[in-house]
Design a protein around this ligand. Structure first.
Ligand code: ATP
Length: 376
């Protein structure tokens, strides 16, 4: 048998209404998700939302309490873990410290009684692909964190799995190495074209790596979509506030008719006025209260804004101004709360001053606070 790093058939994955309870903790609740064959899907959510549980159930390391699970269209409920053809890569790479890089990668194949020459070509092919071909004789203790992570990937690749499950594989790396390795993983996926289900709580990782992202909260799937969908069309307030850094600010207020087909929303010290299609959507929805999501880039300084209509104009005290070189993040104090504005670097406000700001109407996100859902 020739062992080649390119999967001979990667497979789709489907969770159908899967639930998992640990005592009275609901780790997964009626979780449904389809990952296409060859897709790079990211599971994103805060700590404890059930991401690892979903992976462990898929790998056959945990049993599900309800629902069905399919790999390549096959119901795998009764399929033992070792027969699922899935490779897991964890943040804790668990390499054998006394073995060389070569032996660590070859280990799984030797256990499967694969011939020496086939193992040799598989190890070389995978390590060349990962750029660690010159490190084969080293022990894990003689490697950097990034190199160890690549050895762990190599060990997974040579198994030619039908899918890779990766659980925060980059979280032990420092920031620079993390962003480098992120790019390498994207390239690797392009080469291998094997289905990947990738768990992270880091939204930058999710936004940059996933073709699609599945956002979870407290065991429940909140939304599945492209990074752009999730950012610009979040399904609900949880997704809206979880995605985006700095996070969006959410303003609550009662809705009133404001004449000329406009609606006003009573937010203390920063009343909003909604016109046209936005007002029509809120009216059609019939919400008496509204939650308005404003991303930091939708706040601008009033001077220089000109005569364009604004959704809101307000005064705020400028608290902290952080310069990022190409832009500034200003924390604004208004009615006892602080909100963040992402402003142009050429005219930054000064810390301590009171200044006028406007909110651009185009990208406001409107939510029904009773259900949390976005009003579309
Ligand atoms: P993290 O990002 O912190 O790893 P996660 O999203 O992967 O979190 P899970 O590890 O899937 O979350 O855990 C989901 C919930 O199930 C948590 O509330 C967790 O405490 C609970 N849980 C997980 N494993 C067990 C277990 N073996 N026994 C009891 N409760 C568990």
């Amino acid at each position: 048998m020739r062992v080649h790093p390119r999967a001979e058939g990667s497979l789709s994955i489907r969770f159908d209404q899967v639930s998992k309870y640990y005592g009275d903790v609901a780790a997964l609740v009626e979780f449904s998700l389809e990952v296409d064959d060859g897709e790079f899907m990211v599971l994103l959510g805060p700590s404890g939302c059930g991401k690892t549980t979903a992976l462990r159930i898929l790998a056959g390391l945990e049993e599900l309490d309800a629902g069905e699970l399919y790999i390549g269209g096959r119901d795998v409920a009764d399929l033992p873990s070792r027969d699922r053809d899935i490779a897991m890569v964890f943040q804790n790479y668990a390499l054998y410290p006394h073995m060389s890089v070569y032996d660590n990668i070859a280990f799984g194949l030797r256990m499967r009684k694969i011939g020496r020459r086939d193992i040799d070509s598989a190890v070389h092919e995978a390590t060349e692909l990962l750029g660690i071909g010159s490190l084969l004789k080293r022990k894990p203790g003689q490697l950097s964190g990034g190199q160890r992570q690549r050895v762990a990937l190599g060990r997974a690749i040579v198994r030619r799995p039908k899918a890779f499950l990766m659980d925060e594989p980059l979280s032990n790396l420092d920031a620079k190495l993390r962003s480098q390795t992120r790019i390498e993983l994207i390239r690797l996926h392009r080469r291998l074209q094997t289905t990947v289900l990738y768990v992270t709580h880091d939204q930058v990782e999710a936004m940059t790596m996933g073709r699609r992202i599945a956002v979870m909260d407290r065991g429940r799937l909140q939304q599945v979509g492209s990074p752009d969908d999730i950012y610009t069309r979040p399904a609900n307030m949880f997704v809206a506030e979880f995605i985006g850094s700095p996070s969006m600010s959410m303003f609550h207020g009662a809705v009133r008719e404001a004449g000329q087909e406009a609606l006003s929303v009573d937010v203390p010290a920063m009343p909003f006025v909604l016109h046209g299609a936005q007002a029509a959507r809120v009216r059609a929805h019939g919400a008496a209260e509204l939650a308005i999501g404003v991303r930091p880039e939708h706040i601008e300084r009033a001077d220089g804004y000109g005569e364009r209509p604004a959704a809101s104009a307000f005064s705020a005290q400028v608290d902290v101004v952080e310069s990022l070189g190409n832009e500034v993040h200003a924390t604004l104090l208004i009615e006892g709360r602080s909100i963040v504005a992402r402003l142009a670097a050429d005219n930054p406000p000064r810390s301590g001053e009171t200044a006028r700001f406007v909110i651009t109407p185009e990208h406001l996100l409107l939510f029904d606070p009773a259900t949390g859902r976005r009003i579309e």
